[in-house]
Design a protein around this ligand. Structure first.
Ligand code: ASP
Ligand code: MG
Length: 420
């Protein structure tokens, strides 16, 4: 059994969905669990809809109609005849969403978020399921929330592995006896009390890994709009190179430093069961793509570059020339936790401590204000944090040019430079 994940860009139009069908048709000898995201940027639009709903803004109906038209246009372009039954199901789902947003909000913002935003994946999976059915595939549609069970942290739920494993093994897996393909949603789940939860933005990769782990899949394919895992983001870099083979370890490090390749939680379940992950292009599905697996021999062959913009360097020093030592540090870390801040880089000297973090706006300024009663705190905004894995000095020199380095940290495999 294989698990496939198709992201929003791979299903953003009728033509894109036809392409997905073509890819699936190449695997006619396999049982496939297919996990799909919301179409195109639907999740962003639904987040906006949700905010409008919570603030009781009447623009919500405008946004709702936009989402509805977008999906029905794709549906109507894909399926021209024998469509009444499908059409009614899709209409019914839209009516459910309409009725939610027509009532006054009585839940917490996070609970409403999960309830509303999860419709994106319901619509996309229904349309693709209808299209495959229409083309005579032996497939089923299943609600991910019946299998992926979580706590009730609605916006970034934590998976209950025991319950999810039981449901997937005992209820979902037997359904493959009579179906070749099962289609389900990425990103969405349910709490054990039965309310909809979500796994966090971009969480569909993680959903695919959860299904793969519990189904003991042979491999996972993530179909993307890039030829594989690249050594830098093509938005910032002209000459990117594809990493053909890369280890779980290296991938999780790259994701940690901020490479937006795959959702960082995806790797652990796959590594635990040694399930290889293929990153392939949905535009050229016959090309090799990248393979993420346990072997590390190729990790260091090509340097990788990760850029984080909008960084802030905060320097904290003692007011009375006393050392910044463990007691002060734990005070600073506790404050960071209190304000929900995360360090991307840290460095200390005798009487000062520097932290580089994402520009977190108000929370960060409040943190700085708070610390100012005990320390001298200065900060620099609009910096860039560059991380290079498997660097050499030439690579660094070429990249830096005449720019000023504010902070530098090196170990054998990684150099991090804070630059402006
Ligand atoms: N549709 C969700 C999002 O855009 C989940 C995903 O695409 O992975 O964040
Ligand atoms: Mg995505």
């Amino acid at each position: 059994m294989k698990v496939f994940k198709f992201g929003g860009a791979s299903v953003k139009s009728a033509q894109a969905v036809r392409n997905v069908e073509k890819i699936i048709s190449k695997f006619s000898n396999d049982k496939i669990m297919i996990v799909i995201s919301a179409m195109d940027k639907t999740t962003n639009t639904l987040e906006k809809l949700c905010n409008n709903y919570i603030n009781n803004d009447n623009e919500k109906f405008e946004i709702y109609n936009k989402v509805k038209d977008f999906h029905f246009d794709i549906f109507n372009e894909l399926i021209k005849d024998n469509k009444v039954e499908f059409e009614n199901i899709l209409k019914f789902e839209f009516e459910k969403l309409e009725s939610i947003i027509s009532k006054e909000n009585e839940s917490s913002a996070a609970k409403s978020y999960a309830q509303i935003v999860s419709f994106g994946e319901l619509f996309s999976t229904l349309i693709i399921y209808f299209y495959l059915k229409h083309n005579n595939y032996n497939c089923r549609w299943e609600l991910a929330g019946n299998y992926i069970i979580t706590d009730d942290n609605y916006k970034e739920a934590k998976v209950n592995w025991n319950l999810s494993n039981d449901k997937i093994k005992n209820i979902l897996e037997p359904k493959f006896d009579s179906s070749e393909i099962i289609i389900s949603q990425g990103f969405i789940s349910k709490s054990d009390s039965g309310t909809t939860t979500t796994l966090g933005r971009e969480g569909s990769d993680y959903s695919a890994a959860i299904f793969a782990y519990c189904l003991d899949a042979e491999c996972v394919y993530i179909w993307k709009d890039v030829p594989g895992l690249l050594n830098a983001d093509p938005k910032f870099f002209e000459n990117t190179q594809k990493l053909d083979y890369i280890s779980y370890r290296e991938t999780i490090e790259l994701a940690y430093y901020g490479a937006s390749i795959i959702h960082p939680k995806t790797i652990q379940p796959l590594q635990n069961k040694n399930i290889p992950l293929y990153i392939k292009s949905f535009k050229s599905p016959d090309e090799k793509g990248s393979i993420i697996q346990s072997k590390t021999y190729a990790d260091s062959l090509i340097p990788s570059y990760i850029f984080k913009k909008e960084q802030v360097l905060i320097s904290i020093s003692s007011k009375d020339f006393s050392f910044i030592a463990e007691d002060n540090l734990s005070h600073i870390f506790n404050k960071m936790t209190e304000y929900g801040l995360k360090a991307n880089l840290m460095q200390n000297s005798a009487i000062s401590f520097s932290i580089c973090m994402d520009d977190m706006g108000e929370d960060m300024l409040n943190f700085i204000n708070d610390l100012q009663s005990d320390f001298i705190v200065k900060y620099n905004e609009r910096m860039e944090l560059w991380t290079i894995r498997h660097y050499n000095q030439e690579v660094i020199n070429n990249l830096i040019g005449k720019r000023k380095i504010y902070l530098e940290q090196k170990n054998r495999t990684t150099v991090q430079l804070l630059i402006r």
